[in-house]
Each structure stands twice: as structure tokens, then as C-alpha cells.
Design a protein around this ligand. Structure first.
Ligand SMILES: *Cc1c(COP(=O)(O)O)cnc(C)c1O
Length: 393
């Protein structure tokens, strides 16, 4: 790569030329047949990536809009919400619930650590009236992937008898009080879906949210959201204010091949091309590629003598890696030099990790060559900035 930008941030990710071309498609009638065919096609294909038989709704919003739609479409002010948070995006999900009047119970971890399913079990035991659990699958701010399947198993296994008299099927809303037998599980899968293995139905997830600018290789602008049957039951009772982000309106428009409001059509054209491209590569190869890119970055980082923020390889993210900035080096100086001298763009730290870490994104369009180039640029930049601590023999 010469003057092309090596955009190694965890979204927006690089958009391949054929997808950029698709984005330039002329506008069509968003209530017409061509768009109807397009949205039906992409919504159907997205189900495969979510591994769900439920509809995948497509909102014109960033990932945060998708998270907000999940909260307002399933909860009511005063509902107890267990927030499992391991970083900045976990905090954001909790802040949304709090903003709309949710009664947020925080289960927080040191940034760089993964959540433990056992802690979730304990928290739910202490708060049997929790209505929903919020969890981030892949915490982009720290480069940690939570054991989501395990956490989901704990949430799903909450003894219905201890929570309500109703068995887990049916509307179960006859007593006027808390009648959800087990809590809803709301999942931020923004930086994981489409890049690493994921099963919405198989794991028993209720609401799943992702965004176009991450693993999908599409420009920012769309959020994809799936809702389980249980989530739709909750929707009927949910009282948080909602309008633009009302998922029921999206559900009702989809069979007509429409969205309730004018969609970001250009991004839809790009998504259509992206899903075609992803189908050609295949899920298996895409997941393997991400796993191997993740490994390659972590090994490269360690070879340079740098330290990973996530010390536990079991939870190391295969889509983004957070690296502790060595003593005596300014994160901003490092990032600027990488961009100015090598066209490699890295991300900084978020929230309390600002100025302490930098991050390498490796999701979506990423090949070995991109990582080799990134690691070489990093090694040379660190040397230029006078860092010698980790020099190999
Ligand atoms: C990118 C991201 C989001 C959404 O961010 P937006 O800027 O609103 O698209 C949410 N959660 C995670 C884990 C993310 O990586």
C-alpha cells in the first residue's frame, strides 16, 4: 500500500471499491419496488449472520441509535436493568437505560477484563426482579470479548419459579406485576457481528444490535436490530417514550419492503453489495480470517515488547486490540506519526483510557498485508520516538 490509507480503527472500517461504487447508486423511490426488493434481500441475508429466524430490522442510525431502540422498545421507566459493563460501550448502554428512567444496577469490571457468568448469576440472585440484562459482546474500548454464550446461559437458566408463577411460554402477563419469567438479554454486538461466531437464537439472545460501519465494510449510517418473540411481548408493555426508534414501526413496515422513515438509501445499496461479497467469502472463512488477524496482531505487539490491555488470551478480541502505550511516549504523538509517515491510522483510548492506550482495529476488510504494514510502521515509529525499552535482541 502506498498512499492509500490503512484505516486501522475499529470502525468506520475500510470500504472495498466495489461497495463504494454500489453506494454511488442513483436514488430510487424509497416506497417503490426496487427498494422493496433490496430491503427484503438484505434483511433476509442478515438473518444468517445473526443466526436468527426473527426479522432483522434496519434503522437509519449509528450503532448507538440501535442500542437506544433496543432499550426504548422493550423497557419502561422504573424497570430494573442489570448492566454488565467492561468498558466505555458498556457504560454507554447503561447510560441510555438510565436516561429513559431505567433503574440501573451496575456490574462493572476493571477495563481490560471480561465479565464472568458466575457474577451475573449472583447479581440476578440478589435482584430477582431484574427486567433486562445489558451486555456488550465485544468491548471495542478495551479489546475484550465477553463470554456471551455463557452469560446468556446463566440469564436463560434463571429459575422461573423464583421469579414468577408463570412458566416461560405464553404472554405471562396476567398478574399486572413483574411477569417476565426470566430477564430479557439485550446485546450490543456492534463490533462483533459479521466478524466472529455469533448465534442470536441458539444462545437465547432477545435483542441484538450491530452497526454498518464495523464488520460489514459499509459506511456508517445503518443499525441492524433483531428482536426475539419474548422481546416483542415486552414491546407491547414497554412505556419508555419512543418514536423514531420505535422498533414496532420498523417491524410493521418491513413486510411492505419499507422503513417507517426515509432510509439512508446509499448505505442500503452498499450493504447489498457487502452481503453479496460476504456470502462469497463465506462465514467460516470470514471468522477464521478474523481469528488469525487477531492472533497476528497480538503476537506482533508482544514481539515488539509492548503490553496488551487484555492479559487473558481467552477473552482477547479478534476484531480490535488495545495496547498499553509505553512509558514516555504520547499516544497522540504516536498516532500522528503513524498517520503522517506511514498512512496507518490507529485509534486512541476512550474514557478513562484516553492517553493510556492505543487500539488497532482488525475487522471487516483486513488481510495479513494490512497487519504486516501496521506492525512494521509501529515498530519504526516507536524507534523514531526514542522508545527502546522493548527492543528485541
Ligand atoms: C461502534 C460501537 C458502538 C456504536 O457506536 P456508534 O458510533 O453509535 O455507531 C456501540 N458499541 C460498540 C461495542 C461499538 O464498537
Amino acid at each position: 500500500m502506498s498512499d492509500a490509507l490503512n484505516l486501522r480503527i475499529p470502525g468506520p472500517t475500510p470500504v472495498p471499491a466495489d461497495i463504494l461504487e454500489a453506494v454511488a447508486h442513483p436514488m430510487v423511490n424509497h416506497r417503490g419496488r426496487e427498494f422493496a426488493a433490496l430491503i427484503s434481500r438484505v434483511a433476509e441475508r442478515l438473518k444468517d449472520w445473526f443466526q436468527t429466524s426473527n426479522d432483522v430490522l434496519i434503522l437509519s442510525a449509528s450503532g448507538t441509535g440501535g442500542l437506544e431502540s433496543a432499550v426504548v422498545s422493550t423497557l419502561s421507566p422504573g424497570d430494573k436493568v442489570l448492566s454488565v459493563s467492561i468498558g466505555a460501550f458498556g457504560e454507554r448502554f447503561a447510560a441510555i437505560a438510565d436516561t429513559y428512567g431505567g433503574d440501573v444496577i451496575p456490574l462493572q469490571y476493571e477495563w481490560g477484563q471480561a465479565a464472568r457468568a458466575e457474577d451475573v448469576r449472583q447479581a440476578l440472585g440478589e435482584h430477582p426482579d431484574v427486567k433486562a440484562v445489558l451486555v456488550t459482546h465485544n468491548e471495542t474500548s478495551t479489546g475484550v470479548t465477553n463470554p456471551l454464550e455463557e452469560i446468556a446461559r446463566v440469564v436463560r437458566s434463571q429459575d422461573p419459579g423464583a421469579r414468577s408463577q408463570e412458566p416461560s411460554r405464553g404472554s405471562g402477563r396476567t398478574d399486572g406485576g413483574r411477569s417476565e419469567p426470566t430477564p430479557l438479554l439485550l446485546v450490543d454486538a456492534v463490533s462483533s457481528l459479521g466478524a466472529i461466531p455469533f448465534e442470536a437464537d441458539g444462545w437465547g439472545l432477545d435483542v441484538v444490535v450491530t452497526g454498518s460501519q464495523k464488520g460489514w465494510m459499509v459506511p456508517p449510517g445503518l443499525a441492524f436490530v433483531s428482536m426475539s418473540e419474548r422481546a416483542w411481548q415486552a414491546y407491547e408493555q414497554a412505556k419508555m417514550p419512543r418514536f423514531y426508534l420505535d422498533l414496532g414501526r420498523h417491524r410493521d413496515a418491513l413486510p411492505k419492503g419499507q422503513t417507517p422513515w426515509t432510509p439512508a438509501m446509499s448505505i442500503f445499496f452498499g450493504l447489498d453489495a457487502a452481503l453479496e461479497r460476504m456470502a462469497e467469502e463465506g462465514a467460516e472463512r470470514i471468522f477464521t480470517r478474523h481469528a488469525s488477524m487477531g492472533r497476528m496482531v497480538r503476537e506482533g505487539v508482544k514481539a515488539l515488547g509492548l503490553e496488551l490491555l487484555c492479559q487473558d488470551e481467552r477473552f482477547a478480541s479478534d476484531t480490535v486490540t488495545a495496547i498499553k502505550c509505553p512509558e514516555g511516549i504520547e499516544v497522540s504523538a504516536l498516532r500522528n506519526a503513524m498517520e503522517d509517515d506511514y498512512n496507518v491510522v490507529l485509534a486512541g483510548g476512550q474514557g478513562k483510557l484516553q492517553g493510556k492506550i492505543f487500539r488497532i482495529g482488525h475487522l471487516g476488510l483486513v488481510e495479513e498485508e494490512d497487519i504486516r504494514e501496521t506492525m512494521a510502521a509501529l515498530e519504526q515509529t516507536l524507534a523514531k520516538l526514542g522508545w527502546t525499552a522493548g527492543v528485541r535482541s
